[in-house]
Structure formats: structure tokens, C-alpha cells
Design a binder for this molecule. Structure first.
Ligand code: PLP
Length: 440
């Protein structure tokens, strides 16, 4: 094979070359087949090789791929905006299009800060976020992220944001009810706002279900309702980071819909274009956009490729596909089946402390001692070994270890395409079981 000059995630490691994909399967150039058990990075949510999307892509490319957003709008982008407004809860009708989840969360951060500035409250610039969270890799997004492993090298360059603990029901204090625990965790936000001073705080950002830094950690009922109350009490905007949970992944259109809470801003990425093109968005309410329109009239954000017609057409085709195939409902049904199978696996395996999840966003947490829930030292790399055995066995699994040594376990995410069938779930779980057995 010719020498590679591409910087890969692990330098010096040989990666197989992907050849093609169909449905939940990917194939490499040697002909080996892999079940995409995590939709790549929880992204390829309608599966691979969907003809309708390829058609929409070619059709738009023949018309026009790129026209700069300062010069033109386009049919594709307008229709996508309208479709998202239809999908989103409450008054979240406005979309600012970007190209990655990191750009989406930073754009939401900027819109939140600007919203207060336009009302003569310029000191409200600070964000509050949670440990065991991930909001992206660029400096602003990483500042908001409580993913220790990814922050570590850059801490001196980061704004010092994460301030509160996430709800982590598996590790709640012994004897505490979920209801009490929801209240305890949410009330940490009030304490944090009071410590910093409400006049300093622009927004609170959280993932409805914790993804990359924890492995599908689902909050207890009541948590987000209380978060909403606290945000309202202190004039703090609530940003739901739905980059991983949005567009049906959890069995509702948006993760936050499970609790009927209406955020002020929502960020989307990943499943929004299901891997067919880079596409992401920060969505804001009528109130926020009215305020900025009446003020400076210009949101100080955006990228060269923001709102390009090509990505918009692809993303629109993906949303229509999700609707036409009832994939939100399917995610709920197939997710319940997958979770049941994962719980059976957890019962059998001495390594798995908990199987958890919502819809088709599921996670496994590995522990040294199931009774005490003592985590493995992260240097043992148990999740990494499971992922590597699974890869050998032809199954793709996503890492979700946030680097909180001693506080959280080693976790992985299982999040196959929302199109997955029951037989395919059985096949996925069989391969996973074999992979876990080879590690224990
Ligand atoms: N927000 C959440 C909740 C995510 O899970 C991710 C990526 O995993 C991001 C933001 C960053 O998205 P991207 O990798 O597209 O920049």
C-alpha cells in the first residue's frame, strides 16, 4: 500500500480503508463487513448508501452547490429552516446553519451573549455547564465541555466553565430516590448562578442525555423541569445541546421533548444530515431573534460554508427520509428492544455495571466490582479493549469515557442507525457479547 500522509486519530496506526456502505453495514476494501453499531460518531442515523439522499445531492449540485450566505438565500436552505421550525419545540423557529456540532454550540453561546448585550446587559457573558459533558472540540466549545480527557492539554487556554455535577443516577448516593436526586443535581445550578452572580451568567448548556463523556446517561424525571425554573428565575438562557440526541435518536424528535421542557436555544449536528454532508445548526426562539433584530440586526457568527445550498438540500432530504420512514417512532421501539438485550448482557457479564439509554442511544459502563460499582482505573482501558475486540469481530462501537478518574467508569455507546431491524439488533448484540467475553 502507498505511504499515507494523512494525519489519523492514532498516528502510526494502520486503518482499513472503507469501500462502501449499505444500511447498517460498512465494508472495507478487503471485503470485511462491519455492523455500524454506533452510526460512526452517532451520526449515520438513516444508514448508509440511501439512494434518495444521493439523488437529492446530485440534483442540488446540478443546480448550484455554493452561493455565499451574505449574497443569497436558497430554496434548499429556506425549506430546511421551515422543516426544522416545524420539528422544534415551542418558539424555537429560527436556525443559524453551520458545519459541525462544535460550531453549533459556539454559535449558540454567541447568540446567548448577544441577546443580553442587545438589551443593555453586557455583563451577562458567562456560561455554566456540567462536568461529564461534551459540547465540542474548538476552544469555546471545549471551554463549555466537562470532558476531562479532551480538555486536559489545553486547560490554560480555556474559559473555566463547567461548574456543576451532572445527574448520574447509577452513582447517586445510596438510598436516595430519583426524585430527590433530580432536585439535588438541578439545585446545584442555582448555587452556581448565585456564586457567580446572575448578572454575569448568559446561559446554561446541557446535553439532554449525556453522550461522549459518559455513555448515554439519562437524567431522572424532574431534572430538566427544575433546570428550566431556575433559568427563568435568574434570567439565564437554557441551551439544550442536541447535537447527539436531536433528530429522533432518542425516540422523540429532540431529546428534551421527553420531559416537555422548552429550551431557549437548541444545537443540532450529526443526525441532522446523517453523515451525508457536514451540517449543523443553532436554533433560537422568536423572542431571542426579535431582540437581536430590533437591536444590532446582525448575529456576529458564521463560517464560509454556513447555509450552503448543497448541505441544506442533503439535510432536508435526510429529515424527509426520517419522516417518511417513521424513524423517530422506530428509534423508540427498536431502542427499547436493544436496551433489553443489553441489560441481559449486563446481567451475564461481570464487567458491565450498567446498561442504560433512551431510544437508540444506549451505553454500557464497565466496572471492576459490580457490587461496589468501583470503576476500573482508566489506564486499564477496558472500554478501549472492548472497542478493539469488537472492531476485529466486525462491529463498530463508540468510546464514551470522559476521563473522570475514580468518579465515572469506562463507558461505550451503542447507537446503530435508526433503521435497524430486530434481527440486526440480535446480530449486533451477539458480536458485542463475543467481544466483551474476550476482554473479561
Ligand atoms: N455536542 C455534542 C452533544 C456532541 O456529542 C458533539 C460531538 O460528539 C459535539 C457537540 C461536537 O460536534 P462536532 O464533533 O460535530 O464538532
Amino acid at each position: 500500500m502507498q505511504r499515507s500522509y494523512v494525519i489519523k486519530p492514532e498516528l502510526g496506526k494502520e486503518y482499513p480503508r472503507v469501500s462502501h456502505g449499505k444500511g447498517i453495514y460498512l465494508y472495507d476494501t478487503s471485503g470485511k463487513r462491519y455492523i455500524d453499531g454506533c452510526s460512526g460518531a452517532v451520526t449515520a442515523s438513516i444508514g448508509h448508501g440511501v439512494e434518495e439522499i444521493a439523488e437529492a445531492m446530485a440534483e442540488q449540485a446540478r443546480k448550484v452547490s455554493f452561493a455565499y450566505r451574505s449574497h443569497f438565500s436558497s430554496e434548499a436552505v429556506e425549506e430546511l429552516g421551515a422543516k426544522l421550525a416545524e420539528w422544534a419545540p415551542g418558539e424555537l423557529n429560527w436556525s443559524f446553519f453551520v458545519n459541525s456540532g462544535s460550531e453549533a454550540t459556539e454559535t449558540a453561546q454567541k447568540i446567548a451573549i448577544q441577546y443580553w448585550q442587545e438589551q443593555g446587559r453586557p455583563s451577562k457573558t458567562r456560561m455554566i455547564s456540567r462536568w461529564m459533558s461534551y459540547h465540542g472540540i474548538t476552544m469555546g466549545a471545549l471551554s463549555m465541555s466537562g470532558h476531562v480527557l479532551r480538555r486536559k492539554r489545553f486547560v490554560p487556554l480555556l474559559a473555566d466553565y463547567p461548574a456543576i455535577s451532572p445527574p448520574y443516577p447509577y452513582r447517586r448516593p445510596d438510598g436516595m430516590s430519583l426524585e430527590q436526586y433530580a432536585r439535588l443535581c438541578a439545585d446545584e445550578l442555582e448555587t452556581a448562578i448565585l456564586r457567580v452572580g446572575p448578572e454575569q451568567v448568559a446561559a446554561f448548556i446541557a446535553e439532554p442525555v449525556i453522550g461522549a463523556s459518559g455513555g448515554a446517561v439519562v437524567p431522572p424525571d424532574g431534572y430538566f423541569q427544575r433546570i428550566r425554573e431556575i433559568c427563568d428565575k435568574y434570567d439565564v438562557l437554557f441551551i439544550a445541546d442536541e447535537v447527539m440526541t436531536g433528530v429522533g435518536r432518542t425516540g422523540e424528535k429532540f431529546g428534551i421533548d421527553h420531559w416537555g421542557v422548552k429550551p431557549d436555544l437548541i444545537t443540532l449536528g450529526k443526525g441532522m444530515s446523517a453523515g451525508y454532508t457536514p451540517m449543523a445548526a443553532a436554533m433560537a426562539t422568536e423572542k431571542i431573534i426579535d431582540t437581536i433584530t430590533r437591536g444590532s440586526g446582525l448575529i456576529m457568527a458564521g463560517h464560509t460554508y454556513s447555509a450552503n445550498p448543497q448541505s441544506a438540500a442533503v439535510s432536508l432530504a435526510v429529515l424527509r427520509y426520517v419522516e417518511a420512514h417513521n424513524l423517530v417512532e422506530k428509534a423508540a421501539v427498536q431502542g427499547a428492544y436493544l436496551l433489553r438485550k443489553l441489560r441481559e448482557l449486563a446481567d451475564e457479564s461481570p464487567l458491565i455495571g450498567e446498561a442504560r439509554g433512551l431510544g437508540l442511544l444506549c451505553g454500557l459502563e464497565f466496572v471492576k466490582d459490580k457490587r461496589t460499582k468501583e470503576p476500573f482505573p482508566l489506564s486499564r482501558g477496558v472500554a478501549a479493549r472492548v472497542i478493539s475486540r469488537a472492531f476485529e469481530n466486525g462491529l463498530l462501537v463508540y468510546p464514551a469515557t470522559g476521563g473522570l478518574e475514580g468518579v465515572a467508569g469506562d463507558s461505550v455507546i451503542l447507537s446503530p442507525p435508526l433503521t435497524i431491524t430486530t434481527e440486526e439488533i440480535d446480530e449486533l448484540v451477539d458480536l458485542l457479547k463475543k467481544s466483551v467475553q474476550r476482554v473479561q
